[in-house]
Design a protein around this ligand. Structure first.
Ligand code: RI2
Length: 302
């Protein structure tokens, strides 16, 4: 897949999930650098920067995308010549992908300790980090059942049920509007994250804030799984990410819309820090209030 094909696949969500998007962007920049034919360092810098901008333009909300690009380009243009810059970029991208995969595994291991006895989990959308944690809870013998929210409009809950069923984890698919109905049977909420803002707000798939509010109403703890590169970097301290709006046809065939009806399709939610019990990172489990210090320590360099 060349860089433009990767960009289009991220845009149309063939490649989706904050972690996967981040790894795909790093890998696309790596291939771009490997296959770069020119010999002028200035042109290399300009073309790599344009390639990075194209990847950045694909989806606005997951900070994992811009963090992966920043980490892949870290110190690249300060190298003495084109070849050194190329090698630096390739090494950065390889490190990012390998660290990202290990982070998901480590988060799963930590998440596996959150259920101390057999219980019921509810999750939304499809998060590889949350699934990694569910799998570890299952290995510990502590998963009675997982409720998987369908996650309209793109229905990524269907990916979740397939993945859990393949691991023989008991799973029940529900429509999103059934989340309150089942909450009395739920012991813990597991969600992924696209971004953790510097005040500890978690940005995740639309419906996550409703899920967290309903959990709070029922006294059910809410854990979010977020690798370090899903936190806002210190350079963006106190900024908010843009919440992506996607097209009408994800919800309804535009030809079926009565005249004069508008459709609004925001695809992410901002979950306020007070609704989150803990954020599970590869560096440990933190409280949302710890986010500023965590960001300074772990992602301050970009
Ligand atoms: P992992 C997804 O976004 C979901 O919101 C999911 O919770 C989040 O990314 C994190 O996924 P989308 O790309 O990185 O489906 O844990 O819009 O796989």
């Amino acid at each position: 897949m060349d860089l433009e094909e990767t960009a289009v696949s991220i845009e149309n969500m063939t490649i989706r999930g904050a972690g996967r998007i981040a790894r795909a962007a790093a890998s696309a920049l790596k291939s771009y650098a490997e296959n770069y034919q020119g010999d002028d360092y200035g042109d290399f810098k300009m073309n790599v920067s344009k390639a990075a901008e194209r990847l950045l333009s694909t989806r606005p909300t997951a900070i994992s995308l811009s963090n992966s690009i920043s980490l892949t380009l870290l110190d690249v243009f300060g190298q003495a010549d084109l070849e050194a810059a190329r090698q630096k970029l390739i090494q950065n991208a390889e490190n990012f992908v390998s660290n990202s995969n290990s982070a998901v595994a480590r988060i799963g291991a930590l998440g596996g300790t959150l259920l101390e006895k057999p219980g019921t989990i509810i999750t939304i959308c499809n998060s590889s980090a949350a699934i990694s944690a569910i799998e570890q809870c299952h290995r510990a013998g502590n998963v009675k059942r997982v409720y998987a929210c369908e996650t309209r409009p793109k229905r990524q809950g269907l990916i979740t049920i397939k993945e859990l069923a393949a691991k023989r984890i008991p799973v029940t698919l529900i429509v999103d509007s059934a989340m309150r109905f089942v909450m009395p049977q739920v012991d813990i909420v597991f969600t992924g994250a696209d971004t953790v803002e510097s005040d500890g707000s978690v940005i995740n798939k639309i419906g996550t804030a409703a899920l967290a509010s309903i959990a709070r109403e029922h006294g059910v703890p809410v854990y979010t799984f977020a690798e370090t590169y899903k936190f806002m970097p210190a350079s963006k301290h106190s900024e908010r990410v843009k919440i992506e709006e996607r097209s009408v046809d994800e919800i309804i065939d535009p030809d079926e819309l009565p005249a004069g009806v508008e459709v609004f399709n925001p695809v992410f939610d901002r979950v306020p820090p007070e609704l989150i019990t803990g954020i599970v990172t590869e560096e440990g489990i933190i409280k949302p209030a710890d986010a500023p210090g965590f960001i300074e320590t772990h992602i301050g360099g970009i």
